[in-house]
Design a binder for this molecule. Structure first.
Ligand code: HEC
Ligand code: HEC
Ligand code: HEC
Ligand code: HEC
Ligand code: HEC
Ligand code: HEC
Length: 504
C-alpha cells in the first residue's frame, strides 16, 4: 500500500513539473486494472479462486507474461483473448501498477453469519460451471418466488411467499413445504423468502453440502419428519464427496485459494478455513442425500403425493440417484439434476417400439414400452402425466386412424399414464384435499407394457407412436399461466417417438 501511494504521488509530481513523456502512466494502469482485471484477479491483484495473484510481479516479468499470452506462446483461453486487445503501452501501464502493489497473500474468503446464510453467489466465484448448472435446475427454482406451478399450490395452501409469519392453513403450523422447497428459510423458521438470497435460492449449495447424516423420514414412535428434519445438518462445516487430507494446508503462494482448508499466511501463521469442509463420501455418494426430500410426501390425510424413494426401494434397485441425475460432465458431477422439466432427461426414460402387421381385414399395431428407470414413470408430483399418441398413415402420408382425437383419458385409457386422487365419494380431487387414490396407471419401475390396437384400417402403411409428457393436468394450466408461466413451459414434451412400416 505504501508503495502505491508513493508511486501515485510521484506520478502527480512528475505531471506538475516536467511533461511525463517517457514515464509510464501508473494511474492509467490502475484505472485499466480496475476496469478489466479486478473482477477476476481481485481489487488488489490478490487472486481469486482459479485466477492467480498478480500483485508484486516485477515489471519486466509481467510485461513478458502478457506478451506471451498475446502471441499465443502461452496458451490461455481467458488471457489470450484479453491480452489481444491491449496495446504495448497499456501492458506497460498495467505492469507498473501491479509491480507497485505488495505481493499480497491470497485474500481470505470472509464469510459472515451462519453457514446456511451463505449465498450460492459466493460459491459461484470459484465454482462457476457447477453454479451455472444448478441455476437452471428446479432446485434453484423450487420456491414460490420462481416456480409458478409451486406458487399456485403454495398460495392455495399457505399464502404469500414475501410475507412473514405465514402458516399452513389447515394445520395452522409453520408451512412444511419450506422444509423441502426453501430449506435455508425453514432452518430459521422464516416464511418471508425474499428476506435473504439464501432463502430465495431454494435448495442451494449450502443446503446439500451441510447434510452430514441421514436420520430417515420415519419418526420413532410414528409420524414423519420431512425435508431438512430428516437429516443431520452440520452447522459449521461443508461436506464434500472426497474431501482433502486433514493435514493439508493451503500455502500462501498456492495458485488456487482453497477456502475449505486452513492456510498459512506469509509469516507462517495458521489461518482457519473460511468455509471448512469435511470429507463425507458415505453421505454425498449415497441416495440418502436425496431421500429426506424425495422419499415420500403424503398429504395431511396420509395419501401419498410424491413417492420416488419408496418406489426405488420396492424395485430393489441399488443404483444411486446421483448415477443418473448427476452424470459427469467435463471434470465434475453435473448439478443440472433434470427431471420432468428437462426434455433431455425425459428422452432417456423409456424405450418405445412399434410393431405393425396386417391381420386379416385390418392392421394390428403393438406399441412396446419399457420403463428404464428404477422409479415410476412419471414419478414425482401427482399431476405429472403421459399420453401415448398412436397414428396410422397411408402410403401418401394421410392420417387414416388415431387412437384418440381429443384426450386419451376416456377415448383410449390404455394410452394414458397418470395418478389420480379422489375424495371420500370417489370423485377426482386435488392433492391437498384427496382422501384416496382413484387410479394409478403410471409405468412401474422397469415395467414392460404393450399397448395393442387391432382394428386399424387396411389402408394403413405406417404406424407411428409418440409419448408426450405433461407437467400438469390441462385444467390447471390457465391458473398457472396467470401466475406468469409461459405456454411453452407447460407444453407437452416429446419423450419418445417411433414409426414402423406395416408388415404384410
Ligand atoms: C475472466 C477472468 C480474467 C480476467 C478478466 C483477467 N484475467 Fe489474468 N488470468 C486469468 C486466469 C484464469 C489466469 C491463469 C492463466 C491461464 O489461464 O492459464 C490469468 C493469468 C494472468 C497472468 C499470469 C500470472 C502468472 O503468475 O502466471 C497475468 C500477468 C494476468 N493474468 C494479468 C491480467 C491482467 C493485466 C488483466 C486485465 C487486463 C487480467 N489478467 C484479466 C483470468 C483473468
Ligand atoms: C475462493 C474459492 C472457492 C470458494 C468461494 C468456494 N470454493 Fe469450493 N473449492 C475450491 C477449491 C480450490 C476446491 C478444490 C479443487 C476443486 O475440487 O475444484 C474446492 C472444492 C469444493 C468441493 C469438492 C470437495 C471434494 O470433496 O472433492 C465442494 C463440494 C465445494 N468446493 C463446495 C463449495 C461450496 C458449497 C461453496 C460455497 C459455500 C464453495 N465451495 C466455495 C474453491 C472455492
Ligand atoms: C441437491 C443437492 C446438491 C446441491 C443443491 C448442490 N450440490 Fe454439489 N454435490 C452434491 C452431491 C451429491 C455431490 C457428489 C456427487 C458425486 O460425487 O457423486 C456434489 C459434488 C460437488 C462438488 C464436487 C464435484 C466433482 O465432481 O468434483 C462441488 C465442487 C460441488 N458439489 C459444489 C456445489 C456448488 C457450488 C453448489 C451450488 C451452486 C452445489 N454444489 C449444490 C449435491 C448438491
Ligand atoms: C432439501 C431438499 C432436497 C434435497 C436434499 C434434494 N432435492 Fe431434489 N428437489 C427438491 C425440491 C423441493 C424439488 C422440486 C422443485 C419444484 O419443482 O418446484 C426437487 C426437484 C428435483 C428433481 C426434478 C427436476 C425437474 O426437472 O422437475 C430432480 C430430478 C431432483 N430433485 C433430484 C434430486 C437428487 C438426485 C438429489 C440428491 C442428490 C436431490 N434432488 C436432493 C428438494 C430436494
Ligand atoms: C436409471 C436412472 C435413474 C435413477 C437411478 C434415478 N432416476 Fe430419477 N429420473 C430419471 C429419468 C430419466 C427421469 C425423467 C422421467 C420422469 O420424470 O419420470 C427421472 C425423473 C425424476 C424426477 C422428476 C419428477 C418430476 O416430478 O419431474 C425426480 C424427482 C427423480 N427422478 C428423483 C430421483 C431420485 C430421488 C432418485 C434416487 C432415489 C432417482 N431419481 C433415481 C432417471 C433416474
Ligand atoms: C418432503 C419434501 C416436500 C415437502 C414437505 C413438500 N414438497 Fe412439494 N415437492 C417436493 C419435491 C421433491 C418435488 C419435485 C419432485 C417431484 O415432483 O417429486 C415437489 C414438487 C412440488 C410441486 C410441483 C412443482 C412443479 O414445478 O411442477 C408442487 C406444486 C409442490 N411440490 C407443492 C408443495 C406444497 C404446496 C407443499 C406444502 C404444502 C409441498 N410441496 C411440500 C418435496 C416436498
Amino acid at each position: 500500500m505504501k508503495m502505491r501511494l508513493w508511486a501515485s504521488a510521484l506520478g502527480l509530481a512528475l505531471f506538475l513539473s516536467i511533461p511525463a513523456a517517457a514515464e509510464v502512466d501508473i494511474e492509467a494502469g490502475a484505472a485499466l486494472a480496475g476496469q478489466s482485471c479486478a473482477s477476476c484477479h481481485g481489487a488488489a491483484g490478490e487472486g481469486m479462486g482459479p485466477n492467480p495473484p498478480i500483485a508484486g510481479i516485477p515489471e519486466n516479468e509481467f510485461v513478458q507474461m502478457m506478451h506471451e499470452f498475446r502471441s499465443g506462446e502461452r496458451e490461455s483461453g481467458t488471457m489470450g483473448a484479453l491480452s489481444a486487445g491491449l496495446s504495448d503501452e497499456a501492458i506497460e501501464q498495467l505492469a507498473a501498477f501491479y509491480a507497485s502493489l505488495d505481493a499480497a497473500e491470497p485474500a481470505a474468503f470472509q464469510v459472515e453469519g451462519p453457514l446456511h446464510h451463505v449465498s450460492a453467489e459466493v460459491c459461484a466465484s470459484c465454482h462457476q460451471e457447477i453454479y451455472d448448472e444448478w441455476k437452471q435446475s428446479m432446485h434453484r427454482n423450487s420456491t414460490a418466488l420462481k416456480d409458478p406451478i409451486h406458487e399456485l399450490m403454495y398460495r392455495g395452501e399457505v399464502g404469500d411467499p414475501r410475507k412473514h409469519d405465514q402458516v399452513h392453513n389447515r394445520s395452522g403450523t409453520f408451512p412444511v413445504c419450506l422444509n423441502c422447497h426453501a430449506p435455508n428459510a425453514a432452518r430459521d423458521q422464516v416464511t418471508k423468502l425474499d428476506a435473504k438470497d439464501a432463502y430465495a435460492e431454494g435448495v442451494s449449495c449450502v443446503t446439500c453440502h451441510q447434510i452430514s447424516g441421514y436420520r430417515g423420514v420415519e419418526r420413532e414412535g410414528g409420524g414423519l419428519r420431512l425435508g431438512i428434519l430428516a437429516y443431520e445438518m452440520d452447522e459449521n462445516r461443508l461436506q464434500g464427496p472426497r474431501g482433502f487430507p486433514f493435514d493439508q494446508v493451503a500455502k500462501h503462494d498456492s495458485d488456487v485459494t482453497n477456502p475449505h482448508i486452513p492456510r498459512q499466511d506469509a509469516s507462517g501463521n495458521h489461518v482457519d478455513a473460511a468455509l471448512p469442509m469435511d470429507s463425507n463420501p458415505s453421505m454425498m455418494k449415497s441416495s440418502q442425500l436425496c431421500l429426506g426430500c424425495h422419499e415420500q410426501r403424503p398429504n395431511p390425510q396420509g395419501v401419498p403425493l410424491c413417492d420416488t424413494g419408496s418406489e426405488i426401494d420396492e424395485s430393489g434397485s441399488q443404483v444411486t440417484c446421483q448415477s443418473c441425475h448427476m452424470p459427469t460432465t467435463g471434470d465434475h458431477a453435473s448439478h443440472r439434476m433434470g427431471g420432468g422439466h428437462d426434455p433431455h432427461m425425459l428422452s432417456r426414460a423409456v424405450r418405445m417400439e412399434v410393431k405393425a402387421r396386417r391381420n386379416g381385414e385390418n392392421v394390428r399395431a403393438d406399441v412396446e414400452i419399457t420403463n428404464l428407470l428404477p422409479h415410476k414413470m412419471p414419478t414425482g408430483a401427482p399431476f405429472r402425466n403421459v399420453k401415448v399418441r398412436v397414428t396410422a398413415l397411408d402410403s401418401t402420408g394421410n392420417v387414416v386412424w388415431e387412437n384418440y382425437t381429443d384426450h386419451p383419458q376416456h377415448e383410449a385409457p390404455e394410452a394414458y399414464m397418470f395418478y389420480q386422487l379422489g375424495d371420500d365419494e370417489g370423485k377426482p380431487a386435488m392433492p391437498p384435499v384427496a382422501t384416496q387414490v382413484r387410479q394409478d396407471t403410471r409405468l412401474e419401475p422397469h415395467e414392460q407394457r404393450v399397448i395393442s390396437y387391432d382394428e386399424i384400417p387396411t389402408e394403413a402403411a405406417y404406424v407411428r407412436a409418440e409419448m408426450l409428457y405433461n407437467l400438469v393436468f390441462e385444467p390447471m394450466k390457465p391458473r398457472i399461466m396467470e401466475l406468469g408461466a409461459t405456454a411453452e413451459h407447460l407444453a407437452p414434451r416429446s419423450m419418445a417417438f417411433h414409426e414402423a412400416r406395416v408388415q404384410q
